[in-house]
Write a protein that binds this ligand. Sequence first.
Ligand code: ADP
Ligand code: MG
Length: 228
Amino acid sequence: MNNIIVDLKRVGMSYKVGSRRVWVLKKINLKIKEGEMAIIFGPSGCGKSTLLHLILGMEDPSRGRVHLMDKWLATMSEDERAAHRWRNVGIVFQQSNWIKSLSVWENVAYPLMLANLSQKELKEKAMAALKTVELEEMANKKPMDLSGGEQQRVSLARALVVDPKMVVADEPTGNLDSKNGKKLISLLVNLNKKEGKTILMVTHDESFLKLADRRIFMKDGYIEKEKI
Ligand code: ADP
Ligand code: MG
């Protein structure tokens, strides 16, 4: 335990907007340890999603280094990064993205398609993940027939099906009412407390801050302060 899972060293990110270069992340130093529950909090446009994209190796930083589980992402090919991400991180976005022709359990099993598993094993793993989010009974429905709150829980099940060390969630409750938002967050807290999963979540709901071990406040591309 207490291994460093995410390590950012003086990370900067800029985009060209017309003829100007705009720095959306500036000198970010951040370490996340195994088993931590960290919340990144800050106003819209301050760079939270960009930061997660860099941590996940979905974009390259303009400056500095990003290490994910001891691997310096800049030294890896796109395919190596995708495999590294797939093995180690479950991702939940604000909006679920479904293969509409597949059932709930088949969508949950989808990240395992590349693993060499039988249909029976795929279903067992999907059902175990659905059990974690308390939605086993929805397994044979189509995702689009579920409520928004249920769909986000299925997204979490899909993120968990590969048994990742870390779950990264970008405003996972952004489209949910407060009751469904709380339910999803309580599942994340359980995963952290009971299974020791590392959780890195972006939110702008202040009521969730108290649940985290670490509260990282961002403003205008900086980490403004951190409250532990
Ligand atoms: P947040 O998630 O905190 O709302 P983002 O990380 O999405 O913020 O965006 C931070 C800033 O970077 C915003 O001003 C956004 O417009 C800008 N930005 C994000 N992606 C791009 C891009 N591909 N090109 C130019 N600007 C971008
Ligand atoms: Mg965002």
